[in-house]
Design a protein around this ligand. Structure first.
Ligand SMILES: Cc1ncc(C[n+]2csc(CCOP(=O)(O)OP(=O)(O)O)c2C)c(N)n1
Length: 566
């Protein structure tokens, strides 16, 4: 019955790990056409399900047994919650009569996951199962997407019943406002033409709603400079002339200066994250704010907008574009002159401090590595990253010409995300070139998934940006803790060639700039997986950088002083 529900929800694969309580489910999976991908740790099942969901927009599914299996999922659930990613997690629970008796492998999964899921269910009666599963998929994928967990007791797993179709879903307490208020949309269009220095701040909501086309149309009609957040990269093509890169802590100079000087911030599917705003009382101080979001709880959470619009950003933008176009003829000329000046100023900021990778002919600069990956991708490859310096350099220097190419853990910043996310993304998009860019720290958190990659011969190109340190933490220790490098050195790292060979695929370590291009090309040419360990300059910092608590226009643009480490 459970599998029939999943089939009807369009599920084609599940990432999971079995155990005692879920044995009956795994028995049913034995000869079922839904693929089960055996990962090597439940956390990675949740990350792989996310990789699948982030690459496609479809709901990813993961599965774990009771107790430790379920608790191992938690980081992946919180991660999906923070980034609004639709996944359904199925967990086993002890027999309903034993709940509360400290039975073997009992954990209060329902209680534990309450704050880290959009919704969760505990199913103790077989008859409730189909309704709950269909509701879970509905809740995960509608409104603001997110993780939903269904905890199923062993007696329910052992039960037998025929599936009777669930024809309707009634959730009286769950309301999704998609359309946006017509009057507010009209007012927003007027404000957009009244502004002298408008700019668009586009986030992960654009990707979730599939609103890239509508966004691009607004950008072009208004001819506004546009930033995409870490979660929104690819929402507007990075190659678009109006794209002025990412804002925030490691955002571009032009993006942060424009945010500081705009008089109308058009915030679309964003949540004013602290990594974007910096010190709040200095954030966009001259701007009126239009905030479009599907989640009413986001409106005014961090910044009170002058004009809120609650709705699906795709639907709202569709209507807004019509209004903006309608008003264009009567309004566009009015502020043409100040808008021209605004663009001249934005372009001057771009020229003043462009995002430029560094190169050296002695050692491989991390930015050089990332820009070589960008060259091979041409804005078209899927790139999953882990968390740290390599993630920021990837966001700065890799172009994403479409949505759903850039897959990273934005809100939670979970190390260990990159590799399992690549597993999910490559399963979902076998046609795509998938790079997994990981640090030497995060890679060692997810090494077990090399087995999953090998088992399925997934042609993921794993690139370790190996700086010998927990680079991002080392950077903070250097800049804010007097360069006292405490517990950040990673001086033991496996031989990449031997490690890959142990799993049955190819790998290699390089450390010379002259080897870089050819080594990456070789990795891409290889039909199977490839592990490329790239030894880069150890003490490179990510810039620009807004120090924690600083205003975003107070960026540090380069190393303040030479670094000495003894
Ligand atoms: C699970 C987890 N633990 C700790 C951290 C804190 N943290 C953020 S970045 C970072 C360093 C990452 O080092 P590495 O993977 O080598 O990447 P690099 O910064 O060198 O590119 C750490 C420890 C985290 N984000 N996630």
């Amino acid at each position: 019955m459970l599998l029939e529900c999943l089939v009807r929800e369009g599920v084609d694969c599940i990432f999971g790990y079995p155990g005692g309580v879920t044995l009956p489910f795994y028995d049913a999976l034995y000869d079922h056409h839904i693929k089960h991908i055996l990962v090597r740790h439940e956390q990675n099942a949740a990350f792989a399900a996310q990789g699948y969901a982030r690459a496609t927009g479809r709901t990813g599914v993961c599965c774990a047994t009771s107790g430790p299996g379920a608790t191992n999922l938690i980081t992946g659930l919180v991660d999906a919650m923070m980034d609004s990613i639709p996944i359904v997690a199925l967990t086993g629970q002890v027999t309903s009569k034993l709940i509360g008796s400290d039975a073997f492998q009992e954990a209060d999964t329902f209680g534990i996951t309450r704050p880290c899921t959009k919704h969760n269910f505990l199913i103790k009666n077989l008859a409730d199962l189909p309704q709950a599963i269909h509701e879970a998929f509905h809740i995960a994928s509608t409104g603001r997407p997110g993780p939903v967990l269904v905890d199923i007791t062993k007696d329910v797993f052992q039960g037998q019943a025929h599936y009777s179709p669930v024809n309707s879903i009634h959730l009286p307490g769950y309301k999704v406002f998609t359309e946006g208020h017509a009057g507010q949309i009209r007012r927003a269009a007027q404000m957009m033409w009244e502004a002298e220095r408008p700019m668009i701040y586009a986030g992960g909501g654009i990707i979730a709603a599939g609103a890239s086309e509508e966004l691009t149309s607004l950008v072009e009609t208004l001819d506004a400079p546009t930033v995409c957040t870490l979660m929104g990269l690819g929402g507007l093509s990075s190659s678009h002339p109006n794209f002025i890169s990412m804002p925030g802590m490691h955002g571009s100079y032009a993006a942060n200066m424009a945010m500081t000087h705009t008089d109308l911030l058009i915030a679309l599917g964003v949540r004013f994250d602290d990594r974007v705003t910096g010190r709040l009382n200095a954030f966009a101080p001259h701007a009126k704010v239009i905030h479009v979001d599907i989640d009413p709880a986001e409106i005014g959470k961090i910044r009170n907008p002058e004009l809120p619009i609650v709705g699906d950003v795709k639907r709202v933008l569709g209507k807004l574009n019509a209004q903006v176009n309608e008003l264009k003829e009567s309004s566009a000329a009015k502020n043409a002159e100040p808008r021209k000046k605004w663009w001249a100023q934005v372009n001057a900021w771009r020229d003043e401090n462009p995002m430029k990778p560094s190169f050296s002919d002695k050692e491989i600069k991390p930015q050089h590595l990332i820009s070589e990956i960008d060259r091979l991708s041409g804005g078209e490859a899927i790139v999953t990253s882990d968390v740290g310096q390599h993630q920021m350099w990837s966001a700065q220097f890799i172009r994403f010409n479409h949505p759903r190419l850039w897959i990273n853990s934005g809100g939670l910043g979970s190390m260990g995300f990159g590799l399992p996310a690549a597993v999910g993304a490559q399963f979902a998009r076998p046609d795509k070139l998938v790079f997994s860019i990981v640090g030497d720290g995060g890679f060692q958190m997810s090494i077990p998934e090399l087995a999953t990659i090998a088992k399925h011969a997934l042609p993921v190109k794993i690139v370790v940006l190996n700086n010998g340190y927990l680079g991002m933490v080392r950077q903070w220790q250097e800049l804010f803790y007097n360069n006292r490098l405490s517990s950040v050195e990673l001086d033991v790292f496996p031989d990449a060639e031997k490690l890959a060979a142990a799993y049955g695929f190819k790998g290699r370590t390089i450390d010379k700039p002259s080897e870089l291009a050819a080594a990456l090309e070789e990795a891409v040419r290889e039909p199977g997986p490839y592990l490329l360990n790239v030894k880069v300059t150890p003490f490179e910092n990510v810039y620009p950088m807004v120090p924690a608590g600083g205003a975003i226009n107070e960026m540090v643009l380069a190393n303040p002083q030479p670094v000495s480490v003894d």
